[in-house]
Design a protein around this ligand. Sequence first.
Ligand code: 6PG
Length: 472
Amino acid sequence: MERYSYGMVGLGVMGRNLLYNIADNGFSIAGFDLDQEKVKELEEGAASGMKVRGTDTLEDFVSALEVPRKIILMVPAGKPVDAVLGNITPLLTEGDIVIDAGNSYFEDTNRRVADLASKKLHFMGMGVSGGEKGARTGPSIMPGGDPEAFKLLKPMLEAIAAKVDNEACTAYMGKGSAGNYVKMVHNGIEYAIMQLISEAYDLLKRGAGLNNDQLYQVFKEWNSGEMNSFLIEITRDIFTQKDTFTDNYLVDQILDKAGAKGTGKWTSEQAMEIGVSIPTIDIAVTSRILSAYKEERVQASEIYSEKEITKPEDTEQFIKEVGDALFLSTLISYAQGLSLLVKASEEYGFEIPLKDVVKIWRGGCIIRSVLLEKFYSAYTQDPNLSNILLDKEISELVKSKIKALRKTAGYAVANGISSLGIQTALGYFDAYTTKSLPVNLIQAQRDYFGAHTYQRIDREGVFHTSWQSSNN
Ligand code: 6PG
């Protein structure tokens, strides 16, 4: 009987596309899904020359694979992963490898690694980014876990991943559940950048009064220079899409309530948990939550009536400043996410190679951008950089844009255009670059009402004062 090198459980769009990508690169692969229709479609949709087989039962699937088996799961995160593992692990043999390619929570991965290890099986968490198209043509792949198991997968992963300068957008992300963690933070950054782009859109639309054709031109221009990125590129194209029900542009017919599957929220929760400041990511999560309160927002807008907007004096200049503000606030969002990875790596012993993280984010994934090239050289020079804002070259770039960020933030505030992402990026920057923050006063207050003690600037030790009330 012919044996297949890889197996894929879950033949939804992502699973099927990733499977075809693997087959395209000359690897044989068997697929399984509880939905037999999907299994049937798999072989029908395969190109000639691909070594692909759809299997009807999990038993057939497992016995069709070479040993040690290398099985990729592309099923929804949470219970479905445990359900598949419950059914499949009794059929596996020592040394087999199960790779979860979904957006699983890293703690779930830790639990599964331990559970499968007790059965002498390997379990790996592997982030995959790039959406449906990326899965088919070359995603960014973030595997973590057992380094020995990773070695067996490496040639295949390098073959199917996106390429930048002939280098594959995949690398070992670290121990344990590092692969899932890096992907989670990728998504947190994705939330922040999307929030920032939507704010820039609002400023250009309601502030400068640009229509969709003009917005297309602006995003086209932005995408052709230092702001070149996947998210700017697709935003450019969104402004050209006409609606099929009306004569309008589709973007204007879409209800302003944002959905979320939860990876952004996990990123924020994690940052709170381990003590890292990522306010632009936090605000992106909470802005989506606020957007869902559409009916209340409409009610409130009637009570408070929206502020009259003063058009910027020089539209060209304004567009340039908004572009620079978007560029810098995006850079600051990456800085926040990467600083979370630095701390998480220490906290959980992941040993995440930051240099490789930014390297593999340069292509294939949703947050790919040319800016990551600069981050890559920064980490190449100093792999232990605790915050990308501390790099010399990056700091020059930041300095050249900070005025524009301040002006844009000021314009938004003065005109009542909500710009939570832009404001928090600037606020984070100002706090992070301030030698003496006013939290000496917070420490005094804490000590005043709760004897929580404080440290001094001029001597070692912990102090408490019996604070004088001026009331008596
Ligand atoms: C990717 C995306 C992908 C997915 C997000 C969407 O990297 O390919 O991030 O993982 O599209 O989960 O997340 P929300 O539904 O939460 O916006």
